[in-house]
Design a protein around this ligand. Structure first.
Ligand code: ADP
Ligand code: MG
Length: 377
């Protein structure tokens, strides 16, 4: 259903997925006076635990979807792997943002890469691998490369670095010959991302460009404002806006970029708030989750400007190796905002929380954040 009707508190909003992104959405919606129903099969899901209603069921569960369709004035998602059929079913009965079509593109690397390239945006050289015979012979134009599964990859999972055709063939077999993208391994100057919100009338509010550092394929640190050239930063915003417009996107969109030889290439997009936009919670007038509520409810977009310099650091399960970390050491730092997601099992590589150092001096934010991180070990 498409509707531009204003949805006002205390209406019920629906969230597909109960991870930390969903949890921050619930927090933002609650602050604004809305109620939230979360659908997630995990009874301990971070968002489900604080939602007004937690539908603890599969994403294709007919009864749960019917309940959501009947009780929610509008529904959004916090992850890209929601079945398209779920989004389409809900869209027959209620407002769904972003559209099923946008999510379908973002959840499949082949559709995503083709869409981005066909929209006239720059991407890294890639080859679609449907079958072994699609894997190109040794050639400097593509190798060394990264083989990435087209579906369900995240945080560097479902990726293999390969130096040759033989290695690519072996990696493809290890991925059970699922459809993949073979992408040239680039020497990156650095990485940036832009999170933006686009409303149903096409108005767009981009957040400032973040500079991102990854460790083992997982986002580690975001620095805002990014330290690169102003040209790169504003061009990244322009490219993200162009992508949102080409998709006729309605919602919050995260776009990741590589900076390579001084040029921007689009890496991938997420049809939802993005980890690299967590700094907006503490450093922007409106954060990415309030923006997600606003778009969903048909409210005007909030002011996305930065009011402070920020450095965000992810906290992974790895730091629990000797038990619960010494949180008092982080709380002692008054310019540091700690966010823990309430997950029970601190597995290595699992995103358990993050903190953001908020300051008016860009030069000291990073060193303060690194000192704080050292405490976690
Ligand atoms: P995910 O869905 O896991 O985030 P990405 O494609 O964004 O997958 O890859 C994760 C990280 O791996 C990137 O942010 C980047 O640091 C590195 N990476 C991915 N593709 C390339 C590439 N073609 N060249 C160099 N580094 C890459
Ligand atoms: Mg990524």
């Amino acid at each position: 259903m498409s509707s531009n009707a204003l949805i006002l508190p205390p209406a019920m909003l629906g969230m597909l997925g109960g991870g930390q992104l969903g949890r921050f959405f619930v927090i933002a919606a609650h602050e604004m006076g809305y109620r939230v129903t979360v659908l997630d099969p995990d009874k301990n899901s971070p968002a489900g635990k604080i939602a007004d209603v937690h539908l603890c069921a599969d994403y294709a569960d007919q009864a749960a979807l019917e309940k959501m369709a009947q009780t929610c004035a509008a529904v959004t998602t916090e992850f890209e792997n929601v079945p398209a059929s779920t989004m389409e079913y809900l869209a027959q009965a209620t407002v769904v943002r972003p559209a099923a079509q946008s999510v379908a593109i973002a959840q499949h690397r082949v559709l995503e890469k083709n869409f981005i390239r066909d929209a006239g945006l720059p991407v890294a050289p890639f080859v679609v691998v449907n079958q072994v015979s699609d894997i190109p012979a040794d050639d400097d134009a593509i190798y060394p490369a990264i083989l990435k599964v087209a579906r369900f990859g995240y945080d560097g999972k479902g990726q293999a670095r390969v130096k040759s055709q033989a290695e690519a063939v072996a990696a493809f077999a290890s991925f059970k010959q699922e459809v993949c993208v073979l992408e040239k391994m680039l020497s990156l100057d650095y990485e940036v991302s832009v999170v933006l919100a686009r409303d149903a009338e096409g108005k767009i509010a981009p957040f400032p460009t973040a500079e991102n550092q990854h460790l083992n394929g997982i986002l580690d640190v975001s620095i805002v404002p990014a330290r690169g050239s102003e040209i790169i930063k504003s061009r990244a915003q322009q490219l993200a806006i162009k992508l949102a417009e080409k998709l006729d996107y309605v919602g919050v969109l995260g776009v990741e970029f590589f900076v390579c030889d001084g040029e921007l290439l689009v890496n991938e997009m997420a049809p939802r708030p993005h980890n690299s936009g967590h700094y907006t919670i503490d450093a922007c007038i409106t954060n990415q989750f309030e923006q997600q509520v606003r778009v969903l409810a048909g409210l005007p977009l909030g002011d996305a400007r930065l009011h402070s310099q920020a450095v965000m650091v992810n906290i992974l399960g790895d730091v629990w190796k000797d038990g619960e970390p010494e949180w008092d050491q982080l709380f002692a730092r008054t310019a540091l905002k700690l966010h823990l997601y309430g997950k029970h099992e601190p597995r290595p590589g699992r995103k358990m929380g993050h903190f953001t150092v908020v300051t008016d001096k860009a030069e000291t934010a990073l060193s303060q954040a690194m000192t704080a991180r050292a405490v976690l070990g």
